[in-house]
Design a protein around this ligand. Sequence first.
Ligand code: GLA
Length: 387
Amino acid sequence: MTAARYSVVMVSAAFILQAAMGANEDQSGGAAAPARGVIRAAFGKTTNGTPVDIYTLTNANGIELRAMTYGGIITSLKVPDRSGHVGDIVLGFDTIDSYLKDPPYFGALIGRYGNRIAKGQFTLGGTPYKLATNNGPNHLHGGVKGFDKVLWNATQAEGAEGVSVTFTRTSPDGEEGYPGNLQVSVRYMLTDKNELAIDYRATTDKATPVNLTQHSYFNLAADSGDILGHELMLNASRYTPVDDTLIPTGELAPVQSTPFDFQTATPVGARIGADNVQLKNGKGYDHNWVLNRTGPGLQRAALVVEPKSGRTLEIVTTEPGIQFYSGNFLDGTITGKGGQVYKHRTGFCLETQHYPDSPNHPNFPSSILQPGQTYASKTVFRFGVQK
Ligand code: GLA
């Protein structure tokens, strides 16, 4: 009974929002309705004049996700709080122009290698490779023009499980210094179980590192406050400590008795100011946790609860690691959607991944894709509410 009443509230709230925001972008010409489905619309142009499309995915419960062909960027994600009030829980911008100004990976699809590679160097099969160093001495998130800054082809679909958009692209041999033509396909599916399920696939014609992830900044309160009150659980008894350029030392260190222990739900802010060299190196949390895995398939990585709104986010993944980044570099210099100023720690990222700098750490799970193999990675973000 409660569930039925609840979904009615959600749909009507989504209807009001969509009618207010999306009507002028609906190419059907009619009034926008919150019907389950996918709508494609124009979202401006890149600096060289190429049109960018944006896809609005709406599930059977009125949850709505928008993602665009530039960078595979998720621009908004609207989910209800415990009283049915719909809010946008990801940071971003209203216009394409702001996304073109090199923001810190808001909502972006990250590749060819998410996270850092030390000094932009690695050796594969005896051949040394040199990548761009775009983060101090290191390579970060695919380089100067990573997967977050290119245009993707897109196809939409509506199936029994949910509605989706699939982004595809060939990353050419030598792009940003990486070997091999990499055929990439990433599907964002919004299921009727209120999940965002992301399926990553890739094949190559030369051995190459691959580590694809999604860089949405979440604020489950859907407001401009900091995220320090969000309660975080990470299913990890170890993490990978880093040097002061955020490159792993190679150690898998126990989290127990450290501010990195999120094995039971703890507010993000509870220990973030502790006197701890790792917190200093990260300027807060900006580390990879080693997920406790018992086998292949989707396993729980994280659970986040925002106590004021009641919104919850559970993450399950096939990946061995997760980067928890507490928005430490946000400093109030970026103004986003609706004029909101993104101050220190007003959003957090949970990036499922292979560990940072894996190509240089033989003791880490391998991130190397060989010709003839298929890279297949899946992460599901489940949205809910705590009563
Ligand atoms: C990642 C990195 C952070 C930071 C953000 C973007 O999450 O680990 O250090 O670079 O991206 O600002």
